[in-house]
Structures are given as C-alpha cells and as structure tokens.
Design a protein around this ligand. Structure first.
Ligand code: C2E
Ligand code: MG
Ligand code: MG
Ligand code: MG
Length: 289
C-alpha cells in the first residue's frame, strides 16, 4: 500500500528496490552458508621491493566463488558481512588460512621470509577477543608474529580511538605489524599517526594512478613518502599498473609496491614457484599480466 511521504505526495512502489532487497537477502543467506561450508578462498598478491624487484610479501584477499554468480567481489560481500556480524567468522577464516599458508611457504623456503598481510575491518578490531584470536591463530599455525601485517583503514583509528589504541598496542607487543590501508583517502588529521603504533603506510591507488602526470599530483605522493620517512614508516604504493609508475615511485623514494603490473591476486599454488623455485609450477602469465 502506498504510504504518504513527508511532502504529501504518495510514495510509489518501486519494483527495483524490492528486487535489490531480495538480492541482498539472498546474498546474505548464501554468504552464511558459504562460511559454514568454508567455501571462501584466499588469493595472494605479491608485494615487491621497488629497488630490487624482489617479492618480500603477499596480501591476502578473500574470494567468494559463488555457485551461480561466479566470483563475487569483496566490495559487495564485505559490507554485508560487516552489517550482519558475519565479518568475525569471515575474518577468522581468512586469518587462519593466510597464516597457515604463510607457514607453509616459510617451510618450503626458509630463506624467503615472506610477510603476509591480512585486511581487518573496524568491526573485528572492536571485538574484545580479537587480540586473543590473533594470538591463537599464530600459535596454531606456527607463523611468526613478526611476519604478520594487519591492514586497516584510517577510519578505525579515528573512531573509538581509546579501545583501538589498546588493541593495537597489544598486537604490537606480540610482534604483529600494522599497516594503514588506502592511506590518504580518509581523514586528513595526521595526529593519529603519532599516537598509534603504525608501521606501514599503503598509498592509495587513486594517487598512484595520477602519477607521472603533473608535478602537483607527484607532489602528493612525494609528501606521503616523506611523511613515511619522517615517522620511520615503510611506504607501499598500491595499484601499480604501468612500468612508468615504477620509475616515478623510485624517484620519489617509495620503498615497496603492489599492483597488476607485478602480479594480480592469485591462488597460493600459483605463487609457489616464485617462493620455492625448485618446485614445478608453471604459470606463464604471472608477473607478466
Ligand atoms: P584493499 O585492501 O585496498 O585491496 C586492494 C584491492 O585492489 C584488491 O581488490 C586488489 O585486487 C586490487 N588491486 C590490486 N592491484 C591492483 C591494480 O593494479 N589495479 C587495480 N585496479 N586494482 C588492484 P579486492 O581483492 O577486490 O578487494 C577489495 C577490498 O576488499 C580490499 O581493498 C579490502 O578493503 C577488502 N577486503 C579484501 N579481502 C578482505 C578480507 O579478507 N577481510 C576484510 N575485512 N576486507 C577484505
Ligand atoms: Mg589491503
Ligand atoms: Mg588498499
Ligand atoms: Mg580498500
């Protein structure tokens, strides 16, 4: 039935809204089942040292192979997971998987010492037992805390700052490192960088995209890199797609990078030949997309 809107005009029934709602409810229940059946996968994207081109780490990115829809993008289902509380179970599964994989690689190739970065939502950090959960996962996997990086966005540090500070300090005390993801897109206040035990700034793709254009755009990346130097933080540029971006980033003093140019996120086995080169694992297009 048509309700009155505030302006007095009747609200029309909108079939597309109804469709969106049904979609959303369907995705939600599919996601719940996917978590129970542990159907989510984790892909890994290399992190490269710009100076040497060496792969020094990976970022774990969750993937949902949906039986009817194909791969569903995290941008679609992470918000649903956050709103429904499923993010805790999702996050735990990704963290477990990523640390177990990191440890497997460490055993295959002890000299490589890859870091593994895992994305965490604000919601996960707010949960009291998050730190215990990380400790347990590290213990059960055997993966060294020093090689685990937790990625979070700036907003986490701004909201609920006191509780977050405690959580980050506890993680820090364990040896885990903290990266600020999508840096530069969120809050302009930089004061939190002093207050929180941050180790790494990940320069958002949107800044990298505009590199090698005008001097003004380059200056923006340059000032983030310099901020990193000043605060003794590592800087990782996200979203490198073109070779000429590499030169620009090197020149600006950025240490590390990620992006399709170096390698897309892929299943763990597609990286194994890079980590332990003696293993037979052909994957021709990797690192040459
Ligand atoms: P993010 O953490 O900033 O991850 C980087 C995103 O950029 C990834 O998208 C990656 O596939 C994409 N990317 C990497 N290199 C390039 C490039 O050269 N060009 C372009 N255009 N894109 C590139 P993805 O995998 O779709 O993930 C999207 C976001 O979803 C992530 O952004 C992260 O915020 C979130 N996410 C992914 N996995 C997890 C997870 O396990 N837990 C949580 N809480 N969030 C996750
Ligand atoms: Mg990330
Ligand atoms: Mg990012
Ligand atoms: Mg992001």
């Amino acid at each position: 039935q048509a309700k009155e809107r505030r302006d007095g005009r009747p609200a029309r029934y909108d079939p597309s809204l109804h469709h969106d709602l049904l979609e959303r409810v369907a995705l939600e229940s599919d996601l719940r089942r996917a978590l129970v059946d542990q159907e989510l996968e984790v892909h890994y994207q290399p992190t490269i040292v710009l100076e040497s081109g060496a792969m020094v780490g990976v970022e774990a990115l969750v993937r949902w192979p949906h039986p009817e829809r194909g791969m569903v993008r995290p941008d679609l289902f992470i918000p649903i997971a956050e709103q429904t509380g499923m993010i805790h179970e999702l996050g735990r599964q990704v963290l477990r998987r990523a640390c177990a994989q990191g440890q497997e690689w460490a055993q295959l190739s002890p000299q490589t010492a890859l870091t593994v970065a895992v994305n965490v939502s604000a919601k996960q950090l707010q949960r009291r037992d998050f730190v215990d959960e990380v400790r347990e996962v590290l213990l059960e996997s055997g993966f060294p805390a020093e090689r685990l990086v937790l990625e979070m966005t700036e907003s986490v540090l701004v909201h609920d700052a006191e509780a977050t500070l405690d959580t980050l300090q506890a993680l820090k005390a364990m040896g885990v490192r903290i990266a600020i993801d999508d840096f530069g897109t969120g809050y302009s206040s930089l004061s939190y960088l002093h207050r929180f035990p941050v180790d790494i700034l990940k320069i958002d793709r949107s800044f990298v995209e505009r590199l090698s254009g005008t001097e003004d755009e380059d200056n923006l990346v340059e000032s983030i890199v310099q901020l990193g130097h000043t605060l003794r933080l590592e800087t990782i540029a996200e979203g490198i797609e073109e070779a000429d971006q590499i030169e620009a980033l090197r020149r600006l003093g950025c240490q590390m990078a990620q992006g399709y140019h170096f390698g897309r996120p892929v299943p763990a086995q597609d990286l194994s030949h890079l980590i332990a080169p003696s293993l037979p694992q052909p994957s021709p297009e990797l690192l040459h997309p």
